[in-house]
Design a protein around this ligand. Structure first.
Ligand code: HEM
Length: 213
């Protein structure tokens, strides 16, 4: 491989990826919060359904042989079992796979890393979500297990992941696939939110406004 074929600088990849997906993140954050996921356990259950469908999509990626040397702790990061347990804690059924079936891409290492970036990053922001969930009586031990921090701490776990992402040896074309995959993953989650987290209806005004005659 020639030097030209390599991505310009392996360091800084994560920062560029963060910048490239910032708008997609903001869009999904706003859309999820508009669906009032912490207004009640019922509404939180809709968020859990989205999380379950997304983590079911990507669960195999945590075990992809091509990624194990770059990310040495990948299998323990998978959160599908925790989301399923959260649904069970609250008495919600596991949504049928056929309800959310989606054609996934062919996962080579860069594509898988792009999807995993989105899933792992969402655990960083989950500190805020866990705090909101605690107001519904939920915790790392009940109903909000999948929002728990890694035992080593959220920050350390995230720095390890992004350092591994930066250290991957990728061609320019590989890196472009990784970036496109992260954008596709955000789009997939957005589509799941649209499907499973309808916006709450308008609340009736407390009193009818006076109509001038
Ligand atoms: C209610 C919705 C959400 C809120 C309030 C939220 C909030 C946050 C916050 C505060 C951070 C930054 C944490 C820090 O730097 O310490 C973050 C990071 C992140 N979140 Fe979210 N998030 C939400 C939903 C999601 C979803 C659904 C996904 C994707 C499935 C996601 C993916 C990410 C990613 C990839 C990062 C890491 C960005 C980076 O530093 O590279 N977030 N989120």
């Amino acid at each position: 491989m020639t030097a030209e074929a390599m991505a310009d600088a392996p360091t800084g990849r994560w920062k560029r990826l963060k910048e490239a997906t910032a708008a997609a993140h903001q869009r999904i954050d706003t859309r999820i919060m508009a669906a009032a996921p912490f207004a009640s356990r019922e509404r939180y259950g809709l968020f859990l359904k989205v999380q379950h469908a997304f983590h079911r999509d990507i669960n195999n990626l945590y075990h992809l042989p091509e990624l194990q040397s770059a990310f040495d702790d990948l299998p323990v990061r998978a959160r599908l079992t925790a989301v399923a347990q959260d649904l069970a804690d609250l008495g919600f059924p596991i949504p049928a796979e056929s309800d959310t079936a989606h054609e996934m891409p062919k996962f080579d290492a860069p594509t898988a890393a792009g999807w995993l970036y989105v899933a792992e990053g969402s655990n960083l922001g989950a500190a805020f979500l866990l705090k909101a969930a605690s107001r519904l009586g939920l915790s790392e031990d009940f109903g909000a297990r999948h929002l728990a921090a890694a035992p080593e701490g959220r920050g350390i776990s995230w720095r390890k992941f992004t350092a591994a992402l930066d250290a991957m040896t990728l061609t320019k074309a590989d890196e472009e696939r990784l970036f496109a995959a992260a954008r596709n993953a955000f789009e997939r989650v957005h589509a799941l939110v649209e499907l499973m987290m309808p916006l709450p209806g308008p609340t009736a005004p407390a009193s009818q406004p006076e109509i001038a005659t």
